[in-house]
Write a protein that binds this ligand. Structure first.
Ligand code: M6R
Length: 609
């Protein structure tokens, strides 16, 4: 989704702003723009349709000097992707960038037009610029004008404004769309994601819902939603500076696939004893809360929803408690029954997904005994607003298609199963067995990644296909769903996942030689059932690609390609079997020549509904 970078400094900031936008490219966008104002009040604005590179080329041709500036990558919601609709938007002296959606833009636009304001774009954002200009007539300062304006806005915004008649400050406001202030020495910054500012600072203040702040070179003044001056904690970031670089890899997605053994080592580090999960793993008070929990309600979107689906199998079979999992965008709009002693668990890579956040906020009113988030971004909204947070420690995930964030979520959820299970009948021997299995996971993943050349060789056979079917059973069904989502997202091949036992209830009608069928087949209790399903497909001329435990004894032949995976404990299988599906999608996308890291129409962090 959209990205914001801003600066108030003595030095020229245009290069810092454009580099910041480059670091936000992973979020998905269709146009980019920058505006800087010089000390003498001269505003230079440049906007381009397409990549940040186009904007950088324009900046190279048109000198833009100034120590105060704002920049933006736009992911179109209101108005087509075009230079005219790209941010920043200007109203006389006021210049604005905005992430989110102003839901009441239409009546505001009509009211502002009636006052004589002329709109030059189709965006909802432009109303902010004109509204602030209008309020500035009576407000006395940009800060006061923004405070008056935001009271009239409905919807979600992270917005940054500057007034070219006073280049010494920018004013920012946050409601529903994250903003982080970066603290420098004699200069300060603002961005929608700390990654954008890592080249200039490591000290950050995360704004809270309803905050409005005035930022100058030497000061940051923050006011809460009631207009009261507040202090917000300063965080020292440990996100690595080169998190935004691909290193030796052709794509971020490939880098992130290969980072999984290390990422999972980090997820596990310091959280396991010899025979169980350490009490402090889920934070202060977690053990007391988990003792009371009798039901878990999971909410999440996309890939994170799939990890929740796996967790349901684990929590019910090992954790000894019932569990529901629901897509957050559905959960938030229906009246659901809250089971007694129910824990709300949200799962999210970014911690900013609008639907998941809304589901958490609703649940807070609904009588859950507590909330836990499984999240990858420290300081994100879900982390701040949940009672407990488990940080997955995957490191920055840049590829839009989630990989290491997913497998580290699964590790967190396996640990949650242990932590809750010990109060619900999970024996000491079982805890020890699961703990040892988790410790062996990074090694199993290394072994699995070594299969990449075999998987790459399969990818050729998918390149001319338009559809694919993924099959799994039990806790591999969500893995089949995740495999199908990965293939759809980055190769644009239509893919569906089915619980293999469901085949004969409809999808068998689709089987022919043009429909590749991908099967995940660990050696578990359901293997023989799965083998029968595989035979049903074979008998109808389907071509099978089976990722199987070597002991499962599948044989490659003209209708079936078999890739053997290392034998793993049942609890590890969903995590290990994810990797070949990630690699398969990646190699198919390479052959098809799609934009692997920034697939069309998608955004990394979905901060609007
Ligand atoms: O940041 P989140 O985990 O909350 O994001 C949820 C989904 O938008 C995300 O998983 C999406 O489905 C990914 N593109 C999947 O690869």
């Amino acid at each position: 989704m959209c990205g914001i970078v801003g600066a108030v400094a003595q030095r020229d900031v245009v290069d810092i702003l454009v580099e910041g936008l480059r670091r936000l490219e992973y979020r998905g966008y269709d146009s980019a723009g920058v505006a800087v104002v010089s000390a003498s009040g001269e505003l230079t604005r440049l906007r381009r349709l397409g990549k940040v590179k186009e904007l950088a080329d324009a900046v190279a041709l048109t000198p833009a000097t100034g120590g105060t500036g704002i920049a933006h990558t736009r992911w179109a919601t209101h108005g087509e992707p075009s230079e005219r609709n790209a941010h920043p938007h200007v109203s006389s002296n006021i210049t604005v960038v905005h992430n989110g959606i102003i839901e009441n833009h239409s009546p505001l636009r009509d009211a502002l037009k009636a006052k004589g304001y002329v709109f030059t774009s189709d965006t909802d954002t432009e109303v902010i610029a004109h509204l602030v200009e209008e309020e500035l007539k009576s407000a006395g300062s940009l800060l006061a004008a923004v405070q008056k304006s935001v009271k009239q806005l409905h919807g979600a915004y992270g917005t940054v404004l500057l007034d070219k008649t006073d280049a010494s400050r920018v004013v920012v406001a946050r409601s529903g769309s994250p903003l982080v202030i970066g603290l420098g020495i004699g200069e300060n910054f603002i961005a929608s994601d700390q990654l954008a500012l890592l080249p200039v600072t490591r000290r950050f203040i995360f704004l809270e819902e309803g905050d409005v702040a005035e930022i100058t070179r030497h000061s940051v003044s923050i006011f809460d939603k009631d207009g009261q001056a507040v202090e917000r904690e300063v965080h020292e970031s440990n996100v690595s500076y080169d998190a935004g670089d691909k290193g030796q890899y052709r794509h971020f997605m490939l880098k992130e696939i290969y980072e999984q053994p290390t990422a999972i080592n980090n997820t596990l580090e310091g959280r396991l004893s010899n025979d169980s999960v350490l009490d402090e793993t889920f934070g202060n008070g977690a053990a007391e809360l988990f003792k009371q929990v009798k039901h878990v309600q999971i909410v999440a979107c996309g890939t994170s929803y799939h990890s929740g689906m796996v967790a349901r199998y684990w929590l019910e079979s090992l954790g000894g408690i019932s569990c529901n999992v629901e897509i957050a965008s559905e959960f938030r709009y229906r009246k659901s029954f809250v089971q007694p002693n129910s824990l709300l668990v949200s799962i999210s890579q970014s911690g900013e997904t609008a639907d998941t956040l809304a589901a958490l906020r609703l649940a807070k009113e609904a009588g859950y005994v507590g909330s836990l988030t499984i999240c990858n971004v420290a300081g994100s909204s879900l982390v701040r607003e949940s009672d407990l947070a488990f940080m997955t420690r995957a490191g920055a995930e840049i590829g839009v298609a989630s990989t290491k964030a997913f497998t580290t979520q699964l590790v967190g959820l396996a640990m949650l199963t242990l932590a809750i299970g010990k109060y619900n009948g999970l024996t000491a021997a079982q805890q020890q067995e699961l703990t040892e299995a988790l410790k062996s996971l990074p090694g199993k993943l290394e072994q699995t990644l070594a299969l990449a050349p075999q998987i790459e060789a399969l990818a050729e056979e998918f390149a001319d296909k338009h559809h694919a079917l993924f099959l799994g059973r039990g806790d591999q069904y969500p893995i089949a769903m995740e495999g199908a989502l990965k293939l759809k997202e980055i190769s644009y091949i239509h893919a569906e996942a089915y619980a293999a036992g469901e085949l004969k209830h409809g999808p068998l009608a689709l089987i022919d030689a043009q429909m590749p069928i991908i099967v995940v087949a660990p050696n578990n209790d359901l293997l023989e059932k799965l083998k029968s399903n595989v035979e049903e497909v074979r008998a109808r001329g389907g071509i099978l690609y089976v990722f199987a435990d070597a002991d499962a004894k599948f044989q490659s032949d003209e209708t079936m390609r078999v890739i053997n995976l290392p034998h793993v404990a049942d609890i590890l299988a969903p995590i290990v079997y994810t990797l070949p599906l990630q690699l398969l999608s990646y190699y198919v996308a390479i052959i098809k020549g799609t934009d692997v890291d920034q697939p069309r129409n998608l955004a990394k962090s979905v901060t609007v509904e």
